[in-house]
Ligand binder design. Structure first.
Ligand code: NAD
Length: 477
């Protein structure tokens, strides 16, 4: 077996600055979506492990909160450097776990998380933790012990958003990574251990949502839950956390629109939309999965989308194919059933379909798929599919485009393409979403990220991300 395809086994959990034996004996098998073979094993943590980790995080909290911000920033810089030093290892690991093509995975799944962790060193140093308001001294203090629960699609990036902000703010963390893609969280713990991060500041307990996740969310010594995952799971998390009135931030699903105005460069807009929709095989919370085009240009847009989709030839992520598999068998089945639903409900299948791509009988591959003539009320235009499936929806007026764009339960992201920046910005202001890219404006890891409506509560990244982990105290002098 080539080195890159070796099985990675983790037998311990990272609690209180040590690698400790889990309380149970069961393991979770991590399956490589490109091969359907086991790529790794991690302990199946239990509520007892969660309890122990919360105890360690609680014990570390007072000392960490009192650590001068300059020192906390120093630790974040060391974590950043440790992650940068392991970016090739992490890129390969996540390409295998999630199925993202290796060169993209190294950039987005390994280097970007390191940058995010580093950004919180600077943000913490710049932050006004104390402020005079008349006769009051207003203090911004860390919330306390944070449970960080993360999803499978960008496993280290999502963890980095939480750990960087929480540690910068002075909170301690118990991380529960996705059971589908848990291995990079262990690499982060390796780095924390190597740099000598004070014991208990970061703890990692692998396991399932219903046991480790639920134990953390209901634990009275956990002050905040920072959750990233699907909207149904987010609703359950918020409901459980309500019993102990915890602070909750939720980064949830999306059904983001890409609105192409009549003065846009259609080729450029459609190319950008298809490419963004298929990023990570469509397993990206902010995917532009709905392409809204003027009815008069619908057929032209369909032809361009089909041409671009054909460039996304599925194949092995480690061979850097353009389109990898989706992360799990369950997800593959879900995506296929949505494609069938689109056909049943009368959308036009332009390219792709529910069958596996030709020549790829092994692996959780899905054909890059484009539907046209999609009505806004169709299931494929309303629900998050989380696969490489684009719905092209025609509109008759700008007002109608806005109504369609805003006409789902989600509000995470969106795009506007226009020949005029001002017109693009004016339309961006009308979208009920937490982020909008105008004419392909690039990703900014210092800009607040999060959802309107059922895409979430709170913001990650940048100063807003740090502030989520702070309580406010007014002292009258
Ligand atoms: P998921 O909801 O299945 O799982 C996410 C995490 O929550 C996992 O760690 C899981 O074990 C845990 N979990 C699930 N149910 C739980 C419960 N009831 N209590 C406690 N923990 C629970 O999501 P996934 O399939 O891993 O990730 C994909 C989803 O995440 C998509 O909906 C995607 O849009 C969303 N996402 C959102 C963002 C964002 O920033 N808004 C970023 C990435 C992913």
């Amino acid at each position: 077996m080539p080195e890159a395809r070796k099985v990675r086994v983790r037998e311990s959990l990272y609690i209180g600055g040590e690698w400790v034996a889990p309380s149970g004996s069961e393991a979770i098998e991590v399956v490589e979506p490109a091969t359907e073979e086991v790529l790794g094993r991690v302990p199946r943590g239990t509520p007892a492990d969660a309890e122990r980790a919360v105890g360690a995080a609680r014990a570390a909290f007072e000392g960490w909160a009192a650590t001068p911000v300059e020192e906390r920033a120093g630790w974040l810089r060391r974590l950043h450097e440790g992650l940068v030093g392991r970016s090739d290892e992490i890129g390969t690991l996540i390409a295998r776990e999630v199925g993202m093509p290796i060169s993209m995975a190294t950039l987005i799944q390994a280097i970007a998380p390191a940058l995010v962790v580093g950004s919180f060193a600077d943000l913490a140093l710049e932050h006004p933790f104390e402020e005079k308001v008349g006769a009051s001294l207003v203090l911004r203090e860390p919330v306390g012990v944070v449970a960080a629960i993360t999803p499978c699609n960008y496993p280290l990036y999502q963890l980095a958003c939480k750990v960087g902000a929480a540690l910068g703010a002075g909170c301690t963390v118990v991380a529960k990574p996705s059971e589908v893609a848990p291995l990079s969280a262990f690499v982060l713990a390796d780095v924390a251990s190597e740099v000598g991060l004070p014991a208990g500041v970061l703890n990692v307990v692998s396991g399932y949502g219903e046991d480790v996740g639920a134990a953390l969310i209901s634990h009275p010594e956990v002050d905040m839950v920072s959750f990233t995952g699907s909207t149904p799971a987010g609703r359950a998390v918020a409901a459980t956390a309500a019993a102990t009135v915890k602070r909750v931030t939720l980064e949830l699903g999306g059904k983001s629109p890409s609105v192409v105005l009549d003065d846009a460069d259609l080729e450029e807009a459609v190319r950008a939309t298809v490419s963004q929709c298929y990023l990570n095989a469509g397993q990206t919370c902010l995917s532009w999965t709905r392409l809204l085009v003027p009815r008069s240009r619908h057929d032209e847009a369909v032809a361009i989308a089909a041409k671009v989709a054909e460039e996304f030839v599925p194949g092995d992520p480690l061979a850097d194919a353009r389109l990898g598999p989706v992360a799990s068998k369950v997800q593959q089945e879900r995506v296929r059933s949505y494609i069938r639903k689109g056909i049943e409900e009368g959308a036009t299948l332009v390219i792709g379909g529910p069958e596996p791509p030709v020549g790829l009988d092994r692996g959780y591959y899905v054909q890059p798929t484009v539907f046209s003539n999609v009505r806004p009320d169709m299931t494929i235009a309303q629900e998050e599919i989380f696969g490489p499936v684009l719905s092209i929806i025609p509109y008759d007026s700008e007002d109608e485009a806005v109504a369609i764009a805003n006409g789902t339960i989600y509000g995470l992201h969106g795009a506007v393409f226009s020949g005029s920046r001002e017109r693009g910005l004016a339309l961006a202001r009308r979208l009920r979403t937490g982020q909008v890219d105008v004419n392909g404006g690039g990703y900014n890891h210092l800009a607040p990220f999060g959802g309107y409506k059922q895409s979430g509560l709170g913001r990650e990244l940048g100063r807003s991300g740090l502030e989520e982990y702070l309580e406010t105290k007014s002292v009258q002098l």
